[in-house]
Design a protein around this ligand. Structure first.
Ligand code: GDD
Length: 339
């Protein structure tokens, strides 16, 4: 079996490429060339894993490039993970978010249609489509009410996939995945920002963690579990859309509390909104809030109902909230200790 992964240099690419290689796949990755020659999370893979990944340098905004690769490789599966994936940034750069996330997805769909119609495609949609959901928990039937340029772009991607699937009888599935995190999560996302900050404070560094909206409610799982779900979607008899999450809701504040508890520290919260601070037992400021880190619109109150994925795909998240936070904090402490 042969698979192409766009966005292979991100967190999900890191876990997915290992999963596919362990199943005997020939794994190809599409990567944008950059001047630092960094390959993102690919650089974190052990050498004996990395050497088996075939990298094609190019951009998903270039349909000719995609068509050429698909014509040459005719992969059994394509996982379309490449995106401008930071919700906060999309408010400042809506245009580039639309170009990459809508244009790129359209290009992938067109390239499959014209050059390799038997390829099965996975598209990384998102729980952000629900915006401020009108029901809890959320499943495949919950209305989409996007509240950011990022979410709007992913909605266009999801509908492009649905339309191509129906119009041209292509095997294309959407994963409506809730937040999924890990020890290789980018430091701009809140969970890794917290785990790295807690590791630093635990080492005695004094700078407090500065965060935005502490009350946002998300459903956080472990990325390694979710890439297994992506793979299962493409092994299913028919192309379809699936929600995947843990079914647990937590605030950003809960994540902070849990992360400090991993290192045996307690956080006392005082104040509200932008004046809220988290203090240690010794009254040292551990967490502060900055208005600058709030988004113009928040999308939250998330809790996944993943019944369909469980019943049809046999998918279950293995790692739940507490274990996720522990593994991230412990990994960052280990990394600091080895510096
Ligand atoms: N990034 C960030 N930084 N977020 C903060 C901060 C901060 O300092 N303080 C509070 N937050 C809040 C955000 O307002 C948001 O409600 C929540 O923390 C999570 O933010 P992110 O970690 O940036 O993730 P996200 O939920 O916006 O989006 C992620 O998950 C989606 C669902 O799977 C991304 O991976 C998306 O690409 C993905 O679609």
């Amino acid at each position: 079996m042969k698979a192409i992964v766009t966005g292979i240099s991100g967190q999900d690419g890191y876990f997915l490429s290992q999963l596919l290689l362990s199943k005997g796949y020939e794994v190809h990755g599409i990567l944008r060339r950059n001047s630092s020659m960094s390959q993102g999370t690919i650089d974190l893979l052990p050498l004996d894993v990395r050497k088996d990944i075939i990298i094609h340098y190019g951009d998903i905004t270039d349909e000719n490039f995609l068509s050429k690769i698909l014509k040459e490789e005719k992969p059994d599966e394509l996982y379309h993970l490449a995106a401008q994936s930071f919700v906060g940034y999309s408010f400042e750069n809506a245009q580039s978010t639309y170009d990459v996330n809508i244009g790129g997805t359209l290009n992938v769909c067109n390239a499959i249609r014209s050059s390799s119609p038997d390829t099965r495609m996975y598209f990384a949609a998102t729980s952000e489509l629900f915006g401020k959901p009108i029901e809890t928990p959320q499943n495949e039937k919950t209305p989409f009410l996007p509240r950011s340029p990022y979410a709007i772009s992913k909605l266009a991607g999801l509908w492009t996939v649905r339309t191509y699937r129906d119009a041209y009888k292509l095997f294309m599935s959407n994963g409506i995945l809730f937040n999924h995190e890990s020890e290789v999560r980018g430091p701009e996302f809140v969970t890794r920002k917290i785990s790295m900050g807690v590791a630093r404070l635990h080492q005695g560094l004094t700078e407090p963690l500065i965060l935005g909206n502490l009350s946002a409610v998300k459903d956080w799982g472990y990325a390694k579990d979710y890439v297994e779900g992506m793979w299962k979607m493409l092994q299913y008899d028919i192309p379809d859309d699936f929600v995947m999450g843990t079914g647990e809701s937590h605030t950003v504040r809960d994540f902070v509390d849990e992360a400090f508890s991993v290192v045996g520290m307690n956080v006392k919260w005082i104040g509200t909104g932008v004046n809220e601070v988290g203090l240690s037992d010794e009254e040292k400021v551990l967490v502060k809030v900055s208005r600058d880190l709030y988004r113009p619109l928040e999308s939250d109150n998330y809790r996944a109902d993943y019944t369909k994925a469980r019943e049809k795909l046999g998918w279950e998240p293995r790692v739940k909230f507490k274990e996720l936070v522990r593994l991230m904090v412990e990994s960052d402490i280990k990394a600091l200790n080895s510096q």
